[in-house]
Design a protein around this ligand. Structure first.
Ligand code: NDP
Length: 240
């Protein structure tokens, strides 16, 4: 029987590439999204991967959604907490709402996604948790106090989950992408984007598939002793 993988924000951007890579690796994949019905429908049509709509910031909605996925596909073996947003502003202009939206989605959203599947993984003595963090959680970023706080928080989450899960054969790891060519980054003004590319020693943005391959590896049996770790995929930008 195929293993079951849940990918939040799995219908577009990096999540879309992750969903496709896991499907290609033989998983039964459930991809979630927040509200872009049109994109989700096109994604399902193109890939055959079922989509589910709920807000990761809402615990009850996440729990109910996960129960539905498990009723449809069976117990979830692999969770990829990928859904995320930005609400950038320099700190002196950042509003409490901008802070709260990002914390609720990117940080509490990870709790809401992992917590409902955790008891089943412990019982079955198998689980793979992969959280999509960011280079900006590792190094901070101008106008991203909120976002960097959540992405640094993700690293604390996986290191702690790893210690709790290890004896149940559950691994928890993070992937820290650098700048990847998705709508999130293409929405940045072109001038700023060019400046960003200028800071990447590889001289280009990353491709979503390059992140998806890291996730597929962390989900695989080959990665069974990798726990509490971070894979950085950023074209050497971190060291520039
Ligand atoms: P996109 O904006 O392209 O896609 C975001 C996905 O998350 C969409 O599927 C969206 O659903 C979903 N989503 C957003 N908010 C919620 C929510 N509240 N509940 C459920 N789903 C939600 O993002 P990327 O693919 O660029 O980013 C994916 C992850 O990678 C994020 O965590 C991001 O922080 C991280 N990352 C991205 C980098 C980049 O350069 N792009 C760099 C480093 C990290 P819908 O389609 O319905 O809106």
């Amino acid at each position: 029987m195929s293993k079951v993988a849940l990918v939040t924000g799995g219908s577009r951007g990096i999540g879309e590439a992750i969903s496709k890579a896991l499907k290609a690796a033989g998983y039964d994949v459930a991809a979630t999204y927040a509200g872009n019905d049109e994109k989700a429908a096109a994604f399902t049509e193109a890939t055959g991967i079922k989509t589910y709509k709920w807000n990761v910031a809402d615990y009850d909605a996440s729990k109910a959604g996960i129960e539905q996925v498990e009723a449809d596909l069976g117990p979830i073996d692999v969770v990829v907490a990928n859904a995320g947003i930005t609400r950038d502003a320099p700190f002196h202009k950042m509003t409490p709402d901008q802070w709260k939206d990002v914390i609720d989605t990117n940080l509490t959203g990870v709790f809401n996604t992992v917590h409902p599947v955790w008891p089943g993984m412990r019982e079955r003595k198998f689980g793979r948790i992969i959280v999509i963090s960011s280079i900006n959680g590792q190094k901070g970023q101008f106008a991203q106090v909120n976002y960097a706080a959540t992405k640094a928080g993700d690293l604390g989450i996986v290191k702690s989950l790893a210690q709790e899960g290890a004896r149940y054969n559950i691994t928890a790891n993070a992937v820290c992408p650098g700048y990847i060519a998705t709508e999130m980054v293409m929405a940045v003004p072109e001038k700023v984007r060019e400046a960003i590319i200028g800071q990447i020693p590889a001289g280009r943005l990353g491709e979503p598939e390059e992140i998806a391959r890291c996730v597929a590896f962390l989900a695989s049996d080959d990665a069974g002793f990798i726990n509490g770790s971070t894979i950085s995929a950023n074209g050497a930008q971190f060291f520039a």
